[in-house]
Ligand binder design. Structure first.
Ligand SMILES: Nc1ncnc2c1ncn2[C@@H]1O[C@H](COP(=O)(O)OP(=O)(O)O)[C@@H](O)[C@H]1O
Ligand SMILES: [Mg+2]
Length: 422
């Protein structure tokens, strides 16, 4: 794959259509400078002489359409130049979407809704970032939806989120997320509660339709939807459900022909299904690396990508808040109250009593004011972490992005924990 290995501090010339790929060492930062020519990182253009700093563990590709000279400084796990990239195919995909947007503008209809699917570690999130960046660079305001509750790009793990993008992603810090719409799911995989997951997808689609109707600009810009890597068995059903809920026009299948053929056979003909190759630069991550990435996402939420946020710690009386979780454990239908289906219990709002077991759990702060069933489909305002519990005093200590008091009193417990240690 490597056409040329790259050494620390030396200038390298990249031909047209080539890519410098590198992985930053787990303890150090790496600086990259565009010395000459034009290049971009996952769809964000670099300025000439711009020096970008990449955090430990980042995996980066600097791509050039027309050729450039770059330099790396710092310790990389691996750094090489490759001339084999699927970037032109990704660019063509963008061009096709842009044509659909132009048509939508003329006809005052909806722009393309694209679902990106594929197994884990094939570059789904990266492709979404690229397509959103290219759309913004074409003067659009696309919506990015992230249905990956394990490794989402918009909010913390355990959530489904959507946001209208007006600016390209920052090379170092990713997308700036202004006023995202976030729903609490509470688990790391859709498998943990499929009924709830499908309910939230449908709700998200509804809100997106309303948002699109308010602005033709957003409407014609379309929606890019990212998904998790669960593509077999029930995971496949989730993808079909997503395609239906969001009424997608296009499905981009990364890497897997089997999935491509399955979708072709199962979906109506007006859904265009496109198979795209994955980039040779995408590296597989271990289970451990995935867990670390989830942790990092939560850390980023409170402390910022570069540690430039300053979260607050304060006490909250148990009496000031109401704690709930969504979904009861499955019971056979015969044990349920008359008229209730087993699937109903999966979206049931269940009161939680504060105990020591809450320690380190992520809690979503619901925008809802009343503790009824509506909580499930109400968005959340943000997140806190339980960092301490005093049962005698009936208080808990929380880590919060903003100072006290909490904006609302209804808190939803996630099945996800975070240890607030540096
Ligand atoms: N062309 C590339 N060269 C080097 N690294 C890449 C390239 N494309 C993606 N990556 C990196 O590979 C990792 C996995 O990609 P990602 O898009 O998150 O995959 P998926 O969403 O399918 O799990 C990310 O860290 C990403 O930055
Ligand atoms: Mg992903």
């Amino acid at each position: 794959m490597a056409d040329e290995n790259v050494k620390d501090g030396e200038d390298y010339r990249l031909d047209r259509n080539a890519e410098l790929r590198f992985e930053v060492d787990s303890r150090n930062e790496v600086q990259m400078e565009l010395v000459e020519g034009m290049a971009e990182v996952f769809g964000t253009e670099l300025a000439k002489k711009q020096i970008c700093a990449f955090l430990p563990g980042s995996k980066v590709a600097v791509y050039t359409y027309h050729g450039c000279v770059v330099k790396l400084r710092g310790k990389t796990e691996v750094a090489y130049i490759s001339k084999e990239t699927p970037m032109t195919m990704y660019l063509n995909t963008h061009a096709a979407m842009e044509q659909m947007r132009q048509k939508a503008d003329i006809e005052e209809t909806r722009g393309p809704r694209v679902l990106v699917v594929g197994p884990t570690d094939v570059g789904k999130s990266t492709l979404c970032r690229l397509l959103v960046n290219y759309a913004v660079r074409s003067g659009r305001s696309p919506m990015l939806v992230d249905l990956d509750v394990g490794q989402g790009q918009i909010s913390v793990p355990g959530t489904l989120a959507a946001v209208v993008m007006e600016r390209v992603a920052d090379v170092e810090e990713g997308f700036v997320k202004t006023a995202p719409l976030v729903f609490h799911f509470g688990h790391k995989s859709p498998a943990d509660n499929m009924t709830l997951f499908n309910t939230l997808m449908s709700r998200m689609a509804e809100v997106i339709n309303i948002r699109s109707e308010q602005s033709q600009r957003v409407n014609s810009s379309g929606v890019v939807i990212n998904t998790g890597g669960w593509v077999r068995g029930s995971g496949y059903d989730v993808l079909k459900h997503a395609a239906g809920s969001f009424e997608v026009d296009v499905i981009l299948v990364l890497d897997q022909e089997r999935l491509y053929n399955q979708l072709k056979g199962d979906l109506p003909e007006f859904v265009k299904i496109v198979l795209l190759p994955k980039s040779g630069g995408v590296v597989e991550r271990s289970q451990h690396a995935r867990a670390e990435a989830r942790d990092m996402k939560i850390r980023e939420y409170f402390y910022g990508v570069k540690g430039n946020f300053f979260p607050h710690t304060f006490e909250v009386k148990f009496s000031e808040v109401k704690l709930y979780k969504i979904g009861a454990p499955s019971l056979p239908e015969s044990c349920l109250p008359l008229g209730m289906k087993a699937s109903d219990s999966k979206t049931k709002v269940i009161p939680v009593l504060p105990t020591m077991t809450l320690l380190h759990h992520v809690l979503s702060v619901s925008a809802s004011d009343s503790g009824d069933q509506n909580i499930v489909e109400t968005n959340v305002l943000g997140f806190i972490i339980v960092t301490g519990i005093d049962m005698d005093k009936a208080v808990m200590t929380v880590l919060s992005p903003s100072p006290r008091p909490l904006p609302k009193s209804i808190l939803l417990v996630m099945d996800i924990q975070f240890m607030d240690i540096k």
